[in-house]
Design a protein around this ligand. Sequence first.
Ligand code: AMP
Ligand code: TRP
Length: 327
Amino acid sequence: MSRQFSGIQPTGDMHLGNFVGAVGRWVQDQDDGLFCVVDLHAMTLPYDPAELTAGTRRLAALLLAAGLDPDRCTLFVQSHVPVVTELTWILNCVATVGELRRMTQFKEKGHGQESVSAGLLDYPVLMAADILLYDSDEVPVGEDQIQHVELTRDLATRFNHRFGDTLVVPKATVPPVGARIKDLQNPTAKMSKSVDSPQGTILVLDDPKVITKKVKSAVTDSDTAVRFDVEQKPGVSNLLALLSVATGRAIPDLEAEYGTSGYGTFKAAVAEALVEYLRPTRGRYEALVADPAELTRSLARGATKAEAIASATMDRVRSATGLLPTT
Ligand code: AMP
Ligand code: TRP
């Protein structure tokens, strides 16, 4: 049985792109997987402690609401299994400063800053520790994280070479680029939380009225045909893709129904479908937020399950690296 592990940072609000592209895939394929809210990773850039606490709970609640089921998978908070930082230290002694400085994300996030934390440089080693601590085989990530999973593979291989076969060497699994949800205002760019057009990004917890407004003001073209053609009609194609995701219907089927209906009618249908698609998640989210103790219990249970795997890995790692046993 191949084990999947993925992590998501508790920063910013989840948008439809994350929901469909990442979380939706996790939910579909969640059995025996580990899903981690990576709060320690969110400390590498300046942040507000109260917002980190609130963001961690919010994201965990949203992941449960989206369909991660604690009976089928392990959902937990990274810092609740603190040995991940011990493994990070050990892997720090295997990683080189040179390879960490070459990471694209470090160069991008550190660019133009007067000073950067050592944590930002070390970010990928903590991510490697996440993956390796839980004997993960598959790591579903977006393209920007492939380089970090490659580094994880290098570190695991180097570790095993130096200390004997101890760590499972994982591989990245990446969703097809075609599956990207595009920005409603700029339909040739992917929907993302870091763009300047909040109108183009639908948040999972957006009020239905806000969703409707965003869809109705989506950029289309001066033609009138509802047809899937990413080159000529990127805006309409993105709306068709969204309608297909939201209704589970095939795109040709939707083209047949809305081909000549005009953009106004089509957009109204897309808006309504998205509101309905997100409604159950929003409802479950609100119920979870109203019962904080239940969320705390779910996360404690996740941490206990994760801890059991982690402690077995750490026993192997400590023994392989020559750390003195306590007993
Ligand atoms: P981000 O919040 O941009 O770091 O994205 C987290 C994950 O969500 C990525 O690794 C992707 O798998 C997924 N994702 C983000 N944006 C999109 C999008 N526009 N369409 C599909 N998937 C996305
Ligand atoms: N670095 C990842 C991101 O920003 C989040 C992450 C942390 C992660 N640890 C992980 C992803 C382990 C996959 C596996 O998206």
